[in-house]
Design a protein around this ligand. Structure first.
Ligand SMILES: *Cc1c(COP(=O)(O)O)cnc(C)c1O
Length: 419
């Protein structure tokens, strides 16, 4: 992709191009932040309006039965299952990623240590997303266990030994976009007698995931990133069927009970994945999440995740190459892997001092990325709605912004609460 015309030609030949029509994207906007908050599907406002006005407004309490509100969590879980190599009945949509991590990490620790109490370690990476590490730290403290962190992925295999209970990793790193080999690391964890738990926050809807094929034990993921479920959308939780009935998760609320409407004393966990539910489902948010998941499933008829992955790699490869050539000399260094097999669906560059202001100045030019402290400029490539010409134009805007040193303006240097 050496000219803008070549980018336009790639778009014209792209069999997934029409999927963009599922979204409302304001003309001129280049949105490279679908890895943080996915774009709103066109179908969402009408669906949410229907749930509010008809199902809630008119149907009131009767809608729990007549509108299938109780089926939302498993129904959407089944749809997400199609994107992550799982089967129906293995996944539910509920709560937040952080809360779901608490549930599955509790389960994983209990199961892994049942016959091996000497396994005292949760192994993860120092660069994992902070909420994952906070939850692990809290659980480790509560249970008198140890959280051991690798400084880079190469150190992980040596940490998988008889002391490890659970390997807890995020499949695609939020800062670097580096993607782990899920099957290989899961196999190493199992060979050491440990369990493997995967956070799919930057994977579900972004890269092909094969939970069953890779032998994973537990997984969680995010609804508002590549699944386009809306701000604060419910997350999801998956448990390998071989483990699902071995544990009562500690947030043993009534929605995870075998018979919530019998109102009996004493917790009896529901069979299978439903026991990973806790309280009353967030119906409005689930309705929006379903619209988002449907936008990804719409790709199924056109090659599905494999085709999306091909396009995502083509976009991120082209963007990286263009930045390296056209924005050379401005102090940006590539943080994401060049190697396709190791890269998720985002491209990150580091700048030692002015990364935040550069992102702000770029946003002012209509190219939305984000900044991750201390030094990362992050660009997400959502193949569902991005075009090759967007990658071209984004680099051109970046080049102009950098060469005019627009990031020096005071207004771009004032940090907002969300970066
Ligand atoms: C986005 C993200 C989360 C978000 O967790 P919430 O509970 O939704 O705030 C968690 N983990 C990872 C790895 C993420 O990328």
């Amino acid at each position: 992709m050496n000219t803008r015309d070549e980018a336009l030609a790639l778009d014209a030949a792209d069999p997934l191009a029409h999927l963009r029509e599922q979204f409302d994207i304001r003309p001129g906007l280049i949105y490279l932040d679908g890895n943080s908050l996915g774009v709103m599907p066109k179908a969402t406002p009408a669906r949410v309006q229907q749930v509010v006005a008809q199902e809630w407004g008119t149907g009131l309490i009767g809608s729990w039965n007549s509108a299938g509100w109780m089926d939302l969590a498993p129904r959407i879980g089944d749809k997400i299952a199609q994107l992550i190599g799982a089967k129906p009945g293995e996944c539910v949509a509920a709560d937040s990623t952080s809360v779901n991590l608490f549930k599955v990490l509790s389960a994983a620790l209990t199961i892994a240590r049942a016959d091996a109490p000497q396994r005292m370690r949760i192994v993860s990476e120092r660069s994992n997303f902070p909420t994952d590490l906070y939850i692990a730290e809290a659980l480790a403290a509560e249970r008198g266990l140890e959280l051991v962190l690798a400084d880079n992925p190469e150190e992980l295999p040596a940490l998988l030994d008889a002391r490890c209970a659970v390997l807890m990793l995020t499949h695609v790193n939020y800062r670097t976009g580096r993607m782990h080999d899920m099957a290989a690391l899961t196999q190493l964890a199992h060979a050491a007698g440990a369990l493997a738990l995967w956070d799919l926050a930057h994977s579900a809807g972004a890269v092909p995931v094969d939970l069953r094929g890779s032998g994973a034990d537990f997984a969680i993921g995010c609804g508002y990133k590549y699944l386009n479920g809306g701000p604060g959308a419910p997350a999801f939780v998956w448990v390998a069927p071989r483990h699902a009935e071995r544990f009562w998760q500690p947030l043993a609320g009534w929605m995870g009970h075998a018979a919530p409407f019998e109102f009996t004393p004493g917790y009896r966990p529901a069979p299978g994945i439903r026991r990973y539910l806790c309280g009353t489902p967030a119906v409005l948010s689930l309705a929006a999440l379903e619209c988002g998941v449907d936008t990804v499933l719409a790709a199924e008829a056109h090659g599905g995740m494999a085709a999306l992955r091909q396009k995502s790699l083509a976009l991120s490869r082209a963007f990286t190459a263009l930045v390296e050539v056209r924005c050379a000399g401005f102090g940006l260094s590539l943080v994401s892997p060049h190697d396709d097999a190791q890269r998720g669906s985002q491209v990150c560059f580091a700048h030692p001092t002015h990364g935040y202001a550069m992102v702000q100045a770029l946003i002012a030019r209509g190219v939305v990325g984000d900044f991750r402290a201390p030094d990362i400029l992050r660009f997400g490539f959502t193949p569902l709605y991005l075009r090759f010409v967007d990658a071209w134009d984004a680099v051109e805007q970046l080049r102009q912004m950098l060469s005019h040193e627009e990031w020096r303006e005071a207004r771009f240097n004032q940090k907002a609460a969300v970066t």
